[in-house]
Design a protein around this ligand. Structure first.
Ligand code: COA
Ligand code: AMP
Ligand code: ZN
Length: 432
């Protein structure tokens, strides 16, 4: 059963030809943006069109820093009048990354999301509760439009308030949920605290999990807790958001929608392609986006192409679960965080010393971020009210920057253990 049978089962040769056609259209769109117009115009070596998918390798990569440097409109190909939505990253320091969509882009994304949900087994008879952040997070509206396109009943619950989530599930007979995996273990705990059992006291029949790395063991635990299958959903805001790659009923890797994205896996050091089956960095080119196309975007996510065909009959290749990143970004409670964001906040505060340490840990099945911050010696004068105020101020400033409330511990100068060689700032001890 497919959402779009012909497209999803397109024979390999035809799929590649479709990609080439769409890539050439995308290149023409891209040249209209100030960034690519300049980049491709400046260097005559960049072809205006390609004859096959390998032709992409003659084009330069695009990286996150370029999105930031050309903020806000440098990648935009259309007049603002034609743009209907933007999604951007969090943060109050530095330039965020922003992606703009015209109506075509939103429709295309909604269709990819509907296709993804259908692929995992969601149907128009389902009641779908979307338990992730709305607003600028792409998981909220991204899933929302997909659920509506598919025709299921959507509950745009948003993140937080577990008791209310459970009430919504029970009141409306929720059959499907989208949430990040670490939150589902928290939700399960709240079920148990309420003396409820999700397997008996709800009508759940499937889960979609994603937006953060997780292991197969973690998936198994979640499936055992809720007594239903949990399908891996992958996406990133630069490639719309969710709806990039999704698992089918076989749960054997994620079909990446190749009519909408051109996929490369490269060695992150040499930037040369690696053979199918080998891990490397995922590089993606949009093939069906008009307002804000991206060419050879380095996602920084590490995965591989899983060789071979999937028994479901879909011809779009499968990627493996994400095993890590080639930069230092980490994800906590579904929020992307760069250590530099935290350093940026801390270093603006005159009382803060030179060293700090971030520890990510799981306490009673809830992920937390503890930040030990060295404070200058003269701040430790026994004035507890002063330290309390400083601690609260740092908590608020960091929460505003990364959208997660940290636990701040003020420590004396020199008290943090020194790492040998390059300073290690992040210790991740979370249960996965
Ligand atoms: N999804 C849903 N709910 C979450 C969550 C998540 N990723 N992370 C935490 N929560 C819940 C907590 O369980 C708590 O509710 P409860 O006490 O009723 O169980 C509530 O949100 C507040 O969490 P807390 O950890 O105390 O607050 P915080 O200030 O550190 O985090 C959030 C605030 C959760 C609102 C913020 O991290 C957020 O918006 N996360 C969602 C991001 C997201 O959805 N990303 C995916 C996009 S695809
Ligand atoms: P955002 O741009 O905020 O949507 O975050 C995108 C990033 O979240 C990706 O680049 C990945 O690092 C991570 N991510 C999204 N989905 C998954 C998933 N299913 N498994 C692992 N990591 C994921
Ligand atoms: Zn399949």
């Amino acid at each position: 059963m497919y959402w779009e049978k012909e497209l999803e089962t397109l024979p390999e040769k035809e799929l590649r030809q479709l990609q080439v056609n769409r890539l050439n259209i995308t290149l023409a769109h891209a040249r209209r943006s100030p960034f690519y117009g300049e980049l491709f115009g400046r260097n005559g070596n960049h072809p205006e069109s390609v004859n096959d998918v390998k032709g992409i390798e003659s084009l330069p990569f695009t990286v996150k820093q370029q999105l930031r440097d050309h903020f806000p409109y440098g990648f935009l190909t259309l007049p603002q009048k034609e743009i209907i939505r933007l999604h951007s990253s969090s943060g109050t320091t530095g330039n965020p990354t922003v992606i703009f969509h015209n109506r075509h882009d939103i429709d295309s994304w909604a269709n990819l999301m509907a296709r993804s949900l259908f692929c995992a087994g969601v149907r128009d008879t389902d009641v779908f509760q979307n338990i992730v952040g709305y607003g600028l997070f792409t998981g909220g509206l991204g899933f929302q439009y997909g659920i509506e396109k598919l025709g299921a009943l959507s509950i745009p619950a948003g993140a937080g308030n577990s008791l209310r989530q459970i009430k919504l599930m029970r009141d409306y007979g929720t059959t499907a949920i989208h949430a990040i995996p670490s939150y589902l273990t928290r939700l399960y705990d709240v079920f148990r605290e309420e003396h409820l059992n999700p397997q008996k006291d709800t009508r759940l029949r499937l889960l979609c999990i994603g937006a953060e790395p997780h292991t197969e063991e973690q998936r198994q635990r979640i499936q055992e807790m809720f007594g239903v299958k949990a399908y891996n959903s992958f996406g990133l805001s630069e490639m719309n958001g969710p709806g990039v790659a999704f698992e089918c009923e076989y749960q054997n890797g994620l079909h990446i929608w190749e009519d909408a994205f051109l996929v490369e896996i490269v060695n992150p050091d040499t930037l040369q392609p690696v053979p199918d089956g080998e891990f490397g960095e995922l590089v993606m080119t949009t093939l069906d986006r008009q307002a804000n196309p991206l060419i050879r975007y380095r996602t920084r996510d590490i995965t591989r192409i899983i060789p071979g065909a999937c028994p479901c009959g879909r011809t779009h290749r499968r990627i493996d679960r994400i095993t890590g990143r080639t930069d230092d970004m980490f994800i906590l409670k579904g929020c992307n965080i760069f250590p530099m964001q935290i350093e940026g906040v801390l270093m603006k505060i005159p009382e803060v010393g030179t060293d700090y340490r971030i520890t990510l840990e799981t306490v009673s099945d809830q992920d937390t971020m503890v930040i030990d911050v060295e404070i200058k010696k003269d701040c430790f004068r026994g004035d507890l009210a002063f330290l309390d105020k400083l601690q609260k101020r740092l908590t608020h400033l960091i929460r505003d920057e990364v959208l997660v409330t940290p636990v701040i511990r003020l420590v004396e100068p020199g008290s943090l253990p020194k790492a040998e060689g390059k300073a290690v700032r992040v210790y991740d001890t979370r249960k996965r």
